[in-house]
Design a protein around this ligand. Structure first.
Ligand code: UT7
Length: 325
């Protein structure tokens, strides 16, 4: 028996050139490098240039992923772009990327699940590829969170950064075992009872403004480790794998303490954990594909490796994707 699997052909990423260090932030708000590093692991983050918008970042990440996959843009018939910071309320940022890449076939749309956006997008793209309706997809996470931060609020402005990452997924026939390449299992969850713990205080229908990010950090932290481990255990249960079987754990990069605690509870050795939060900060939907690209390009992730992706974000939303590269 064979089954269709969504196999990663390549990945790419883009970071704006400007970096903002903790020391610079300490000159703007009442904070310091020691607090930020100790509580979050963040040392610096990238900030988009004036006029540089989410679709610009996304297009560059997509072009890098296409080059890495050695396929032309004209072969892409699906773009799923995860973002909470679209260029405009509509049209979707995905169609701007589609046009920038010169693609005129297939479908392109945005998906909004805040920091879980990329994991959600991988799962949705995987379903569409497996359905047979699409053959080759660009899955992108792209954000300009610097545009929705309250730069006077030290409890949030030190945490986030801008960036984009992308993968090319292709529907391929595989033997139908857990040794297959591609997405092996995906698990998505949400619980809207927590929607006021991490939100933006504006929107087209409510205030007719964009709004700024607000977060009860401690409350989010409390749920993060429990939710993330829960949904990774779901992936283990579905496949029979354990933390010891993983080659790489590529978690959402919000806080190094959350990552370390989760990895420990999941039985994943520290040397298998990909960490980029120190250099990127929390780039929301872009954090997982940015981390994937770093670990692929520096030679850590190799073809055949078992890779666990996970994320948790506003909503709350959370999810996991287990794939073999
Ligand atoms: O990606 C979506 C998911 N988001 C997350 O996962 C974020 C989850 N939350 C966190 O990562 C952490 O809760 C934070 C990093 C946001 C905060 O760390 P914490 O250890 O939970 O600190 P806290 O909020 O309990 O604040 C401790 C103290 C407070 O002072 P008092 O009340 O103890 O006097 C804060 O006012 O630290 C103070 N504080 C700061 N001090 C210096 C808060 N922000 C800062 C700051 N610099 N930037």
């Amino acid at each position: 028996m064979t089954v269709m699997r969504s196999v990663v052909l390549g990945c790419g990423s883009y970071l704006p050139t400007r970096t903002l260090t903790n020391a610079e932030l300490a000159r703007q708000v009442d904070t310091n490098d020691e607090w930020i590093v100790q509580r979050t692991g963040i040392r610096e983050r990238h900030i988009a240039a004036p006029g540089e918008v989410t679709s610009d970042l996304a297009t560059k990440a997509a072009q890098a992923a296409l080059a890495d996959a050695k396929v032309g843009a004209e072969t892409i018939d699906l773009i799923v772009l995860a973002t909470s910071t679209p260029d405009q309320t509509f049209p979707a940022t995905a169609v701007t990327v589609q046009a920038s890449l010169g693609i005129t076939v297939g479908a392109a749309f945005d998906l909004q699940a805040v920091c879980s956006g990329f994991v959600y997008a991988m799962s949705i793209a995987d379903s569409l590829l497996k359905s047979g309706g699409h053959k080759r997809a660009l899955v992108i996470g792209a954000e300009t969170f610097s545009r929705i931060l309250d730069w006077k609020d030290r409890t949030t402005c030190v945490l986030f950064g801008d960036g984009a990452g992308a993968v090319v997924l292709e529907a391929q026939s595989q033997p139908g075992t857990r040794e297959d390449r591609g997405v092996l299992t995906a698990h998505l969850r949400s619980d809207g009872r927590h929607k006021s713990k991490l939100y933006v205080d504006g929107g087209p229908s409510s205030t007719q403004t964009v709004g700024l990010l607000r977060m009860e950090g401690r409350a989010v932290f409390k749920h993060a480790v429990a939710n993330v481990t829960d949904v990774v255990f779901d992936a283990f249960k579905a496949t029979g794998y354990t933390g010891a079987d993983l080659n790489w754990f590529v978690p959402h990069q919000a806080n190094k303490r959350i990552i370390d605690d989760s990895a420990h509870k999941l039985g994943i050795a520290p040397e298998k954990v990909v960490i980029t939060v120190d250099k990127h900060g929390n780039t929301s939907a872009a954090s997982v594909p940015l981390a994937l690209d770093v670990a692929r390009k520096d030679g850590r992730i190799k073809q055949g490796d078992l890779v666990m992706l996970e994320a948790m974000g506003g909503g709350f939303t959370w999810g996991s994707v287990l794939l073999r590269w």
